[in-house]
Design a protein around this ligand. Structure first.
Ligand code: PEP
Ligand code: MG
Length: 292
């Protein structure tokens, strides 16, 4: 089986009738890039930037972040690297943030909410990402979006950071900007969100948690929850349609993206990209190449 999968390295991710899908890897730190490349990832569809904060005793500096993003961008040698901005809170806790204890952290102060409130943290990260953009093909995406105003505010801050860099003669590229679709609210306003961004990436892990009211961290629910619940599949369908109606591309970066039982469903919807853990890349490529 291993040998068979190896033969898929260097092959295109395309169905028999010629439908292409971008097949990217999810990574959680710089070292993960090696496995992504070894498994022939066509890009990084989700770079979880939290590791920088989780592994550190204090806020990571701009330069520490810049170096991490730059190494990944350079290693991927021109292939896309989509960096997700800080998604701390809930299942990802960091002491020095001094976040208040919450009754319902998954529904609490987290991710983009922290970034738009404590903008210093956000600006530092955006500066680091933009500086690294000069060394490869970087895109930015924002997590846990529920409203249009959040995206507009995040883009405003990004524009401010860009002009600051320009004034300082520090080079950067005009990166693509996307949002994660991982709350039911973002699905329902995805027609409006699509007009603000270059792409969507559907985070089925949180989307499932929030849609089915099922804590993703509670193993007692694992056998009870239908991960192919029609509500989730419909939400994916709505999101893809709204993306394409507005001429932007859409991918899936949650665990469902690697679910081989759904590969045909995703192809039929016209999903443009699947971002999966590195070990799933070749199996997903094989499945796609088997489809008509
Ligand atoms: C998701 O929610 O589906 C996702 C990809 O992000 P994370 O698992 O890091 O929350
Ligand atoms: Mg998520």
């Amino acid at each position: 089986k291993e040998e068979l999968l190896k033969e898929l390295k260097g092959k295109e991710t395309v169905t028999k009738s010629g439908q292409k899908v971008k097949l990217y890897a999810n990574i959680g730190n710089v070292a993960d890039t090696a496995a992504a490349l070894m498994n022939d990832a066509e890009g990084i569809g989700l770079f979880r930037s939290e590791f920088l904060y989780l592994e550190s005793a204090d806020f990571p500096t701009e330069n520490e972040q810049f170096l991490a993003y730059k190494i990944v961008a350079e290693n991927m040698a021109g292939k896309p690297v989509i960096i997700r901005t800080l998604d701390i809170g809930a299942d990802k806790q960091v002491d020095y943030f001094n976040l208040k204890k919450e009754e319902n952290p998954a529904l609490g102060y987290r991710a983009i909410r922290i970034c738009l409130n404590q903008t210093d943290i956000f600006r530092t990260q955006l500066r680091a990402i933009l500086r690294a953009s000069a060394f490869g093909n970087i895109a930015i995406m924002f997590p846990m979006i529920i409203s249009l105003s959040e995206v507009q505010r995040a883009k405003e801050i990004l524009a401010e950071v860009k002009s600051e860099l320009k004034e300082q003669n520090i080079s950067y590229k005009d990166v693509e900007v996307g949002v994660m679709i991982e709350t039911p609210a973002s699905v329902m306003i995805s027609d409006e969100l699509a007009k603000e961004v270059d792409f969507f990436s559907i985070g089925t892990n949180d989307l499932t948690q929030y849609t089915l009211a099922a804590d993703r961290q509670n193993p007692a629910l694992d056998d009870m929850i239908d991960i192919h619940h029609p509500a989730i599949l419909k939400m994916i369908e709505i999101t893809v349609k709204n993306a394409h109606d507005n001429d932007i591309w859409v991918g899936i970066c949650g665990e469902l993206g690697a679910d081989l039982e759904l590969t045909k469903f995703f192809l039929d919807l016209g999903v443009d990209e699947l971002s999966v853990s590195s070990s799933s890349i070749l199996p997903v490529r094989e499945k796609i190449r088997e489809q008509e």
